[in-house]
Design a binder for this molecule. Sequence first.
Ligand code: UGA
Length: 450
Amino acid sequence: MRISVVGCGYVGLVTGGCLAETGHEVVCTDNDPVRVETLQAGKVPIYEPHLDTILAATRQAGRLSFTGNGGEAVRAGEAIFICVGTPPLETGEADLSAIDNVARMIATEARGPKLVIEKSTVPAQTGQQLKRALTVYGRNAAVAFRVASNPEFLREGTAVEDFLHPDRIVVGVEDQTTEQQLREIYRPILEGRFNCPVHSPACPPALTPSLLVTTINSAELIKHASNSYLGLKISYANVIADLCERLGADVEEVTRAIGLDPRIGPQFLRAGLGFGGFCLPKDIQAFIRLAERAGVDFGLLKEAERVNRRRMDQFVEKVRRALWVVKDKQVGVLGLAFKPNTDDIRFAPAIELIGRLLAQGARVRACDPEAMEKTRAVYPHIAYSHDPYEIARDADALLIITEWEDFRDLDWKRIHSLMARPLVIDGRNLLAPAAMKALGFEYHSFGRPD
Ligand code: UGA
């Protein structure tokens, strides 16, 4: 099928690349000319495992292209995926202005019927507004638009794998033609007919993903409800961690046991600095506001958000308690991205932490396998090194903020010998307390005996 993707952020690129990988002809566009030029030059502006491979392969096969001409892109596809950002407004509500702009562009540039699919995360009832906008902005009453919601559940760092091997595909539709068209788009994925760039030589056996057909309103709500539940689960684990600290229990032991109950499940019970990134924090806020508007008190989510915001205060307090005086101390920050295997620093705990450390007069050096360039744009004056051992040299404390495997695998004995004071405060419970203690470190983490 001929498909257009509007918005070349992380969701748009993964969607465009994976749909091209599964045999469709895809044209992607973005209103940032620099981004389009970068992509046309064969460079990928974000770090996401396997994305560069599929973008290069599908471009070479002639199934994927990038254009700065939005009208051209709109006219190219029978189906148009809207993948633009919906960042938070000051109120916490989602800013839908990019969706509105895209609706205007589609309505004015389309010359034939289009299926317009929301992939961006949007509050329930946006589909109705989108349908209205397409009609209002359209100049040609003969050009018909159908609207669908197709929320994405992929995670940064494993986005390509998640797109090609989803646990579910949700399509919110109003008619059978739209349902059929979406089934057609996802048929190669549902039937496992594509060259998987992630698994070689063959994908591990897995259950066939289910395609769930819902109303548009339900599909939109499913996305917010899923992300909010994940945030809720993390905050729950974090409060358990606080309790463990007070009562002398070990949160890893507790969450492992809780997670073995299949009704609860083991994932998203990792205690630590809490959830960051461009999805969970903003989606929880938007969901709370949506509920408020609908007259439903979602106090449960408000509390989860409050717990999450407090994580950083608690971490900074751990640092202060351990260092006593923070001013003039040499502090090494290991990890800048909001999670491993990405270079995304949006709403990353490290960004807030560095700001707080600098405000207290610390001398900060930072290291991340992928996210240093983006962080340099925010903090140009702190020191960076690709080499964690350089970060450790003469440091008064090392703070682990992102759980990159590379950090787990460091030669911690060597680090001990390099530091001015062997103090490690682990915001992600990445290392084993007993092993660190055996090496002679003063080691603090969340919810585990020091
Ligand atoms: C999240 C959802 O997991 C995806 O399903 C969704 O598609 C995506 O948002 C989106 O809306 O686009 P993502 O933001 O990539 O994906 O990251 P997560 O893996 O959900 O992690 C979010 C944050 O929670 C990270 O800061 C991570 O460190 C933290 N986290 C995660 C914990 O603190 N504990 C855990 O047990 C798990």
